[in-house]
Design a protein around this ligand. Structure first.
Ligand code: PMV
Length: 337
């Protein structure tokens, strides 16, 4: 009987899949914490190999939201973050019921890879649909942004731009697709240097930088220029230019974080070692560049025909625990629809 009930629940759940993404022009800093609006725009690539699948069922029998993450009951902190997000959906849709949410990543969460982007994009899509809403891409991106800034970008495949927006209510702070994945096939190699979880999450790190880093204003003021340059590099499929702007944006973000007080150092010695390794490789003629998020893993971007040789070289490198290779991925979608 219990099994039957589970089967029915399983059938009625609205499920969505969203892919992770990696920013080439980085987002760091919030304009409004409550609305989770970014202080700067960003440009990212969608990662085919890494995704989250999330099922949502609003159920009148439930007294409070339930969350199962990667097959185990979530912690109270995780549940509260999802509940706060579901409250936004309930407010906008008029839905009064609590929800059962089941979410799983196809990649090991312990690998220290950000999962909030794909997680909140999948949740925004599944929960809005389960609550009877049918938002367009823009409104869905605004919703996902309120769960996690980078999630706004994870609704779209290929090359994506997030706008910081100007409005007080955050309605114009959304992401939109620039080009689909087949416009310019690229591979992203994730070189994992450490599986330990990070000490300072992005929200706390961004706030510390905004409050204490003397470089914060310069970072915000120079962001539009980086975005324009990256749009130009993408329009011309100019790999060298894309490499230069990406490494510049990445190092500028980390310099900003390091100049916070106390300084935020997301790298380990292996991260630094690999960053030099990628630059040396490029100097010797291999088209490849790096980017690094708020953690110690190095992401290497290259044309697909170069990825096998780079992975081969990396596999013998003492700084690398393991690698994951990804092509560019598709839009988030409802599963089974
Ligand atoms: O979306 P959040 O709050 O996890 O912040 C993402 C911040 C970076 O990954 C460091 C940069 C980015 O643009 O993705």
């Amino acid at each position: 009987m219990l099994q039957d009930n589970n089967d029915i629940m399983e059938k009625m759940m609205i499920k969505a899949r969203a892919h992770s993404n990696i920013a080439l022009v980085k987002y760091w800093g919030k304009k409004n914490i409550a609305l989770n609006t970014p202080a700067v725009g960003s440009i990212s690539l969608c990662l085919e190999a890494l995704y989250t699948e999330t099922g949502v069922l609003f159920d009148p029998e439930l007294e409070r939201d339930e969350l199962v993450l990667n097959g185990r009951p979530a912690t109270e902190k995780e549940r509260n973050r999802v509940s706060a997000f579901l409250d936004i959906i309930r407010r906008e849709s008029g839905m009064k019921q609590a929800a059962r949410v089941e979410s799983a990543n196809n990649f090991p969460t312990a690998a220290g890879l950000a999962s909030s982007a794909s997680a909140f994009a999948a949740l925004a899509l599944a929960a809005s649909r389960a609550a009877g809403m049918n938002p367009d891409g823009q409104s869905l991106s605004v919703l996902a942004r309120m769960g996690s800034g980078s999630a706004a970008r994870s609704l779209f495949g290929g090359f994506v731009e997030m706008h910081r927006g100007e409005r007080e209510d955050g309605r114009d702070a959304f992401a939109e697709p620039l080009y689909s994945a087949d416009y310019w096939p690229l591979h992203v190699i994730i070189a994992i240097t450490s599986e330990a979880s990070k000490k300072t999450g992005s929200t706390d790190g961004m706030e510390l930088s905004r409050r204490t880093s003397p470089y914060y204003k310069a970072w915000v003021d120079s962001s539009e220029e980086d975005l324009a340059a990256m749009r130009g590099a993408l329009a011309g499929r100019d790999f060298q230019k894309m490499a230069e702007i990406s490494e510049y944006s990445c190092l500028k973000m980390h310099a900003l974080a390091m100049a916070s007080n106390p300084g935020l150092i997301y790298w380990n010695a292996d991260t630094l070692e690999l960053l030099h390794w990628v630059r040396a490789l490029r100097e010797k003629g291999t088209p490849a560049f790096f980017t690094i998020d708020a953690g110690p893993q190095l992401k290497i971007i290259c044309p697909p025909e170069h990825s096998a040789a780079i992975v081969e070289k990396l596999s013998g490198h003492p700084a690398v625990k393991r690698t994951i290779v990804s092509a560019l991925g598709p839009d988030a979608r409802i599963l089974g629809a």
